[in-house]
Ligand binder design. Structure first.
Ligand SMILES: [Ca+2]
Ligand SMILES: [Ca+2]
Length: 190
Protein backbone atom coordinates (compact mmCIF):
# COMPACT_ATOMS: atom_id res chain seq x y z
CA UNK A 1 0.00 0.00 0.00
CA UNK A 2 2.71 2.46 0.99
CA UNK A 3 4.74 1.52 -2.05
CA UNK A 4 1.76 2.13 -4.32
CA UNK A 5 1.00 5.47 -2.71
CA UNK A 6 4.61 6.53 -3.00
CA UNK A 7 4.77 5.51 -6.64
CA UNK A 8 1.54 7.40 -7.34
CA UNK A 9 2.83 10.50 -5.56
CA UNK A 10 6.06 10.41 -7.54
CA UNK A 11 4.09 10.11 -10.78
CA UNK A 12 1.83 13.04 -9.86
CA UNK A 13 4.81 15.21 -8.93
CA UNK A 14 6.56 14.19 -12.15
CA UNK A 15 3.63 15.12 -14.39
CA UNK A 16 2.86 18.31 -12.51
CA UNK A 17 6.42 19.53 -12.74
CA UNK A 18 6.60 18.65 -16.42
CA UNK A 19 3.26 20.05 -17.47
CA UNK A 20 4.04 23.45 -15.97
CA UNK A 21 7.73 23.37 -16.73
CA UNK A 22 7.48 24.81 -20.23
CA UNK A 23 5.36 27.70 -19.08
CA UNK A 24 7.62 28.46 -16.15
CA UNK A 25 10.69 28.52 -18.34
CA UNK A 26 9.16 30.74 -21.01
CA UNK A 27 7.25 32.86 -18.49
CA UNK A 28 9.65 35.41 -17.03
CA UNK A 29 9.64 38.66 -15.07
CA UNK A 30 13.41 39.03 -15.56
CA UNK A 31 14.00 39.85 -11.88
CA UNK A 32 16.73 37.22 -11.55
CA UNK A 33 17.79 36.11 -15.01
CA UNK A 34 16.50 35.39 -18.50
CA UNK A 35 14.64 32.20 -17.35
CA UNK A 36 14.39 29.90 -20.37
CA UNK A 37 15.49 32.48 -22.92
CA UNK A 38 18.81 32.36 -24.78
CA UNK A 39 20.74 35.07 -26.61
CA UNK A 40 21.04 34.33 -30.30
CA UNK A 41 24.48 34.47 -31.90
CA UNK A 42 23.19 34.84 -35.49
CA UNK A 43 22.40 38.51 -34.86
CA UNK A 44 24.26 41.79 -34.21
CA UNK A 45 23.97 42.41 -30.48
CA UNK A 46 22.33 41.16 -27.26
CA UNK A 47 19.35 41.97 -25.09
CA UNK A 48 20.41 43.34 -21.67
CA UNK A 49 18.84 43.06 -18.23
CA UNK A 50 18.46 46.42 -16.55
CA UNK A 51 16.79 48.21 -13.61
CA UNK A 52 15.67 51.82 -13.51
CA UNK A 53 16.08 54.06 -16.55
CA UNK A 54 18.32 53.09 -19.47
CA UNK A 55 21.58 55.07 -19.78
CA UNK A 56 20.22 57.24 -22.64
CA UNK A 57 17.83 60.12 -22.01
CA UNK A 58 14.44 60.50 -23.73
CA UNK A 59 14.13 56.77 -24.39
CA UNK A 60 13.46 53.57 -22.46
CA UNK A 61 11.24 53.01 -19.41
CA UNK A 62 11.85 54.63 -16.02
CA UNK A 63 11.30 51.32 -14.22
CA UNK A 64 10.15 47.79 -14.85
CA UNK A 65 6.59 46.55 -15.32
CA UNK A 66 6.43 43.74 -12.72
CA UNK A 67 7.12 45.91 -9.69
CA UNK A 68 6.46 49.23 -11.37
CA UNK A 69 9.61 50.58 -9.77
CA UNK A 70 13.25 51.35 -10.41
CA UNK A 71 14.25 48.26 -8.40
CA UNK A 72 12.50 45.83 -10.75
CA UNK A 73 14.30 44.42 -13.75
CA UNK A 74 13.39 44.14 -17.41
CA UNK A 75 15.23 43.41 -20.63
CA UNK A 76 15.97 45.89 -23.39
CA UNK A 77 17.92 46.54 -26.55
CA UNK A 78 20.36 49.43 -26.20
CA UNK A 79 20.13 51.68 -29.27
CA UNK A 80 23.38 53.58 -28.79
CA UNK A 81 26.64 52.66 -30.53
CA UNK A 82 25.25 50.82 -33.53
CA UNK A 83 23.72 51.26 -36.92
CA UNK A 84 20.08 51.20 -37.96
CA UNK A 85 18.70 47.81 -38.90
CA UNK A 86 20.92 45.76 -36.61
CA UNK A 87 19.05 43.08 -34.67
CA UNK A 88 19.18 41.48 -31.22
CA UNK A 89 17.34 38.19 -30.82
CA UNK A 90 16.27 36.06 -27.86
CA UNK A 91 14.95 32.55 -28.35
CA UNK A 92 12.81 30.68 -25.83
CA UNK A 93 13.13 27.13 -24.65
CA UNK A 94 11.25 24.56 -26.67
CA UNK A 95 7.57 24.54 -25.69
CA UNK A 96 5.02 21.78 -26.16
CA UNK A 97 1.33 22.60 -25.99
CA UNK A 98 -0.79 19.46 -26.11
CA UNK A 99 -3.95 21.38 -27.01
CA UNK A 100 -2.21 23.22 -29.84
CA UNK A 101 -3.76 26.47 -28.66
CA UNK A 102 -2.02 29.06 -26.57
CA UNK A 103 -1.71 32.74 -25.82
CA UNK A 104 1.66 34.45 -25.72
CA UNK A 105 1.78 37.71 -23.80
CA UNK A 106 4.39 40.30 -23.04
CA UNK A 107 4.64 43.89 -21.86
CA UNK A 108 6.67 46.28 -23.98
CA UNK A 109 7.96 49.82 -23.71
CA UNK A 110 8.89 51.53 -26.95
CA UNK A 111 9.49 55.14 -26.02
CA UNK A 112 11.83 57.41 -27.97
CA UNK A 113 12.07 59.30 -31.25
CA UNK A 114 14.50 56.76 -32.72
CA UNK A 115 12.63 53.51 -32.00
CA UNK A 116 13.12 50.75 -34.57
CA UNK A 117 10.93 47.66 -34.31
CA UNK A 118 9.97 44.78 -32.06
CA UNK A 119 9.18 41.52 -33.85
CA UNK A 120 7.79 38.33 -32.34
CA UNK A 121 8.18 35.08 -34.26
CA UNK A 122 6.92 31.54 -33.85
CA UNK A 123 9.57 28.95 -34.68
CA UNK A 124 7.80 25.60 -35.14
CA UNK A 125 9.91 22.47 -34.66
CA UNK A 126 8.91 21.32 -38.15
CA UNK A 127 8.68 24.45 -40.26
CA UNK A 128 9.93 27.92 -41.11
CA UNK A 129 9.85 30.97 -38.85
CA UNK A 130 6.45 32.65 -38.82
CA UNK A 131 5.86 36.31 -37.91
CA UNK A 132 3.35 36.75 -35.09
CA UNK A 133 3.63 40.48 -34.40
CA UNK A 134 5.63 43.43 -35.69
CA UNK A 135 5.57 46.79 -33.92
CA UNK A 136 7.35 49.68 -35.59
CA UNK A 137 8.24 53.11 -34.25
CA UNK A 138 7.46 54.86 -31.01
CA UNK A 139 4.49 53.41 -29.09
CA UNK A 140 4.17 55.91 -26.25
CA UNK A 141 5.85 56.42 -22.93
CA UNK A 142 4.10 53.70 -20.91
CA UNK A 143 4.32 49.94 -20.73
CA UNK A 144 1.77 48.29 -22.99
CA UNK A 145 0.57 44.71 -23.26
CA UNK A 146 0.74 42.61 -26.37
CA UNK A 147 -1.00 39.25 -26.67
CA UNK A 148 -1.12 36.91 -29.62
CA UNK A 149 -2.73 33.54 -30.28
CA UNK A 150 -0.45 30.55 -30.87
CA UNK A 151 -1.55 27.58 -32.95
CA UNK A 152 1.21 25.03 -32.63
CA UNK A 153 2.06 22.03 -30.50
CA UNK A 154 5.84 22.18 -30.57
CA UNK A 155 7.70 25.44 -31.01
CA UNK A 156 9.95 28.18 -29.70
CA UNK A 157 9.27 31.91 -29.56
CA UNK A 158 11.81 34.43 -30.89
CA UNK A 159 11.91 38.07 -29.78
CA UNK A 160 13.73 40.42 -32.11
CA UNK A 161 14.63 44.04 -31.45
CA UNK A 162 15.59 46.06 -34.52
CA UNK A 163 17.80 49.09 -34.00
CA UNK A 164 16.24 52.38 -35.10
CA UNK A 165 17.65 55.56 -36.55
CA UNK A 166 19.13 57.09 -33.38
CA UNK A 167 20.27 56.44 -29.82
CA UNK A 168 16.73 57.30 -28.66
CA UNK A 169 15.50 53.86 -29.58
CA UNK A 170 15.70 51.60 -26.52
CA UNK A 171 13.09 48.81 -26.69
CA UNK A 172 12.15 47.15 -23.40
CA UNK A 173 10.23 43.95 -22.61
CA UNK A 174 8.96 42.56 -19.30
CA UNK A 175 6.53 39.95 -17.89
CA UNK A 176 6.54 37.44 -20.69
CA UNK A 177 3.97 34.70 -20.33
CA UNK A 178 2.46 31.76 -22.17
CA UNK A 179 -0.88 30.14 -21.32
CA UNK A 180 -2.38 26.99 -22.80
CA UNK A 181 -5.63 28.66 -23.88
CA UNK A 182 -6.39 31.12 -26.65
CA UNK A 183 -6.12 34.80 -25.76
CA UNK A 184 -9.39 36.20 -24.45
CA UNK A 185 -10.66 32.82 -23.28
CA UNK A 186 -13.21 33.68 -20.57
CA UNK A 187 -11.50 31.24 -18.20
CA UNK A 188 -8.41 33.42 -18.23
CA UNK A 189 -10.18 36.58 -17.16
CA UNK A 190 -9.84 37.56 -13.50
CA1 LIG B 1 10.35 42.75 -14.21
CA1 LIG C 1 22.73 38.30 -29.77
Amino acid sequence: MNVLLTAWAILVVYFMSHSVNAENRIGCNFEVDLCGWTQNTDDDYDWRRNSGPTPSFSTGPSGDHTLGSASGAYIYTEASFGIAGETAKLTSDRVTLSSGDGCFQLWYNMYGAGIGALNVYLMPSDGPLKSLVSLEGEQGRDWRMLSVNISSTDFRIVLEGVRGKSFMGDIAVDDVRLTDRPCGDPQLVG
